[in-house]
Design a protein around this ligand. Sequence first.
Ligand code: ZN
Length: 559
Amino acid sequence: MIKRRRVAARILAVALCFVALPALAASPGLALIGVDELKAWLSYIASDELQGRETYSAGLGLAAGYIQEHLRAWGANPVGDDGTYLQVVRVLGVKTTSRSSVTVKVGNDSRTFKDGEGVTFPRNSGGRRTLTVDRVEFAGYGLDVPAVNHVDFRGKDVKGAAVVWLGVNGPRSVDSTTYRRLLTGRNRYATDQMQAAGSIGPVLPQTSGRGAGSTQDQAAGRGRGGAVNPDFTTAQRLDQQIPPAVSASDEFFAYLFNRAPVLYDELKRKAEARDPLPSFRLAGVTITFNIDMEYEVVRTQLTHNVVAVLEGSDPQLKNTYVAFGAHYDHVGYLDGPPGNGRRPPGRVKSGVEDDRIWNGADDDGSGTVAVMAIARAFALGPRPKRSLLFVWHAGEERGLLGSRYFADYPEVPIANIVAQLNIDMIGRNRDDKATEANTVYLVGSDRISSELHDVNREANRSLPEPLTLDYEMNDPADLEQVYYRSDHYSYAAKGIPIIFFTTGLHDDYHANTDEVSKIEFPKLARIAGLVYETGLRVANLDHPPARDNKGPRAGRGTR
Ligand SMILES: [Zn+2]
């Protein structure tokens, strides 16, 4: 059924083109987004000459130079450092000395657990603060997976509360391999999505990989000349307020639950057996998080975001911005055959072992050139009321470094950014399936602003050939947890309404075979057009998209 409808739409669009009816034609600027430019630009951005565009590499510098050249030709305003298009991104390697603690008051008794003695704070816990919470909610496994009918937070309002959860491996109904990302992301889920003030869970086994508070340099970052290894790497301010996310020992939990309706011994036994857990409020319990970290910067690495503005036409509204973004970095190259201690920066496909450059044509060359095309269309076409901000982020592959930096050190006032539209991988079909040819996945569009979600749908309907909008990855239980995994999240974390556009993963994802020859350019152009139309509409609204913060509603199993 879907397929038949799609074919009909295409025939209709073609027919309209031939008789040149302007009725369905979207804005005139849309015609400025063409396949030829996208192809020419991506053929350079994803060429071997750019060495896989690793952050801190000469190849990434060439990409920055290429984007700048175009911005200059189009007359975009350089709003980076000192009147240039470049914003220096400072990536800090940091050593932590902690004097943090958690004090638990149960009735009239209280006990303080120091960091490292019963509780462990993340090495990056933000600035000094004391936070006392007198509503403490035990939320079982602290996990919502509606697909398997396990919903710990059902009917539970934990906004402003401290959430406590147990069970390293989750319940039996939740496969711990399939749902790995959800299980390890439970503290973040409680504070970020459920808006808890803090979260306490058991100690999880060390996970590798990137993401919030990633400490990827712990193992690899041995400095020259015996320099101190950093505890963590960050591009964010060290003094910001981060909701406390603490892991705790048996001793801590035994004390916390000592007057609870169910004691810890029993809860622990059930959690270890992966049996159903109860859920209840810990009456008469108060928790005080005392965050007191001393940070010593032991290393500073430098890279660049590329930043430009096109000024809006309205004298007042031009002080507000619609932001467009993509990451222009990728994972780099390998300086010899794999093995003998050489670790390739991504997957090596069999049969092409001697291709040692990870070109990242789709990831995120596609987004890089799409944002260029959108900038060109706004530069040469009609100008909307609000200004347009374009940021090509560095360091995404190393943990959203460029966007985290920009969100903390914005080149325009962050409060004046009314929406951020992020593009990462829009040049392919998910899993290379032909049935995906018309599909784009949207993530986060309804989470912060329902209005932005509606504007985007309306923009799609206005296109000569509307795309199939799929919200599957917006499901809060999405296995890949895509919402947290590209640059839009750095903006969403500041409360800015966002939409993330992607065509999904495929067999060449992070492999040495993510090449220009595999890009579906007409599809890339159409999605760039959708982002353009969405941004244009937001930029012409007389009010910023309302932030109703209803959370994810469109997703798997919903419409
Ligand atoms: Zn990417």
